[in-house]
Design a protein. Sequence first.
Length: 711
Amino acid sequence: MKTDNHTDLYFSDVDKTFSQDRRNFLKKLGGGVIVVFCIGKLSLLQSFGQNTSEDLLNFNAYLRVKEDGRVDCYTGKIEMGQGITTSLAQVLAEELEISIYSIDMIMGDTELCPYAAGTWGSLTTRFIDPVLRAAAAEAREVLIDLAAEHLGVSDEMLDVSNGTVFVKNNKSQKVTYATLTKGKKIIKTLKKKPEIKKSKDFKIIGKPVISLDAESKVTGKAKYSGDIKLQGMVYATIIRPAVFNSKKIKVDSSELSAFKGVQLVEDENLIAVVHSDPEIANKAAKKVLVTWESPEIKVDNETIFQYLDDNVKENKVFEESGNLTVGKEDSVTIIKSNYYDGYKAHASIETHSATCYFKDDKLTMWASSQTPFGTREQLAKTFDMPLEKVHLKQIYLGGGFGGKIYNRQAIEVAKIAKLCGKPVQLVWSRKEEFMYDRFRTAALMKATSGVDSNGKLNLWEFDIYCAGTRGTKLFYGISNNRTRIFNEDDIHPFGTGAWRAPGNNSTTFARESHIDATAHAVGIDALEFRLNNLNNETMSNTLKLAAKTFDWNRKKQEGHGYGIALGEDAGTSVAMIAEVHVDKTTGEVQPIRVVCAQDMGQVVNPHGATLQTEGGITMGLGYALYEDIEFNGGKIRSSSFNNYEITKFSKTPKIECVFIDKMDSKTQGGGEPAIICVGGAIANAVFDACGARVNRMPITPKRIIKSIQNG
């Protein structure tokens, strides 16, 4: 997946979901008024039961005002904890002038929702928010038109609040949305596109709202794929090899006779046991002996970086200005270092899962997938079925972080269901998750910087191996610079893919560590050095807000250190300052405090934005300090949370989130940006606390002690 193309993919492929008859599709939903919003076209408001205009052929977002006054909001995006169930409802409620609690979100259902390529890249708020706001504003205006006819007054005399249209100087003259839509068959187009609200008129946008799905999640009412129970359903356990990409040679299932009711299914390298009791299926699977042919890959978690350096030769220039030779000649100080970051697992608490059944010639599935429409396409291709014969239904995800973009478990469960002729549920074990969930790629970064006699950066050479260029466009003013990307497909010993701000956490760690090392080498305060070299006003203002909130110049306690990191992701500027304590005897790091300032434009839900920032920082502490996939060739040694450590409550610092006030600006991403700066901020704080410059993540006690010993 090329993350740089997500936006283009979303808009160009928007019509895929409705290649079928749109009229039949719209009739499925029942009565009421619908607003269909077409990018680049005037929207139509359409009651069900009427013929639809050809303008509907490209609609990609819509809402439905039902006959009971409630509103359904349809989007192809999915909810996996990022909070869009709430933030999208907020913008819709704002423009439609209804209570947020009267909105029902229908998400990711491939038969009901408009096509979305996937939920990734912090794109939802940026691109779906404006669409829904425009659709809701148009719905409001058309409903006011209808109310004017109903009440016998002009539009100008009317106002609306909480789903009721009333005469401004006589509120007793009123009519509800429910009354206006009930029993009506309405086709209307607007002569003039209404303006969306400005921040001064906001009633809901910008206000903190607790997640609308919070109660259902904490009470256990929320349904995930593993919660689905179907009549006659069996549970599948797959027999896996010890080495990634192994090929089946032979299968010995003779010992299965000891288990009543088990069934063995095989399809090429897929071998599984199914039973109505998941425990029996699991026990029986352990008795199936499979001989595998395994590939020989001579690389492990210690040699992988040299392997990348030796084998990845293809490169292209991403950004270039000035002349590197001139930059070196004009520099009085030149710093050169390499930075390393190993493979990381997504480690979402819900492992990959899917539940499905075939009925007649149709496949219905609930899958823990960030890409329900992509999953549908994969399934249709796998089984040579028409797209409309594959239905992915709405379901919550228990964390994705990019790992559930890929849908191996969905293909596996469908194959098993087809072979055994029963509804099947497949839930990967944690060990399976660590082998087959695609890791964030290991990366090598080589950085060279130069500073002139005035403390100004005038040389920047940055070579990136396998991490991509996301977030690497310079916001420092450096006249002589070059950034190159080195990458080759199939260079890794196992599957790799997107991981919350793909690659940006690695490259930001390298850049911000190197900027800090450069500032130290020339004897300039880390904050002052950055402010003097930034050429980006947005980033400068964000850094100043972080420094003020943190109180950068306050006195440090013994053994404590402060560290800064800056970064850009999903349109958002991030400035992070971390405080840590380092035990110089053991090398143990205790995070104390993290301040994260962000310019993300309009903040729709400050509560949700804060939760996403806190979650990103907590997850980021894992990759910075603890998480490291250990492997030998295609054999993964990290197989559970016993040997793959994530952030614990005891290691979670006080987190303070502050946002630049830009409520009349466009919304930017909020799910991923905060995580990118954690590694750099922690690394720089560790150096400030104990003098250990650790250039490889995770920044473990062993590496800290080694750095201290090496001076």
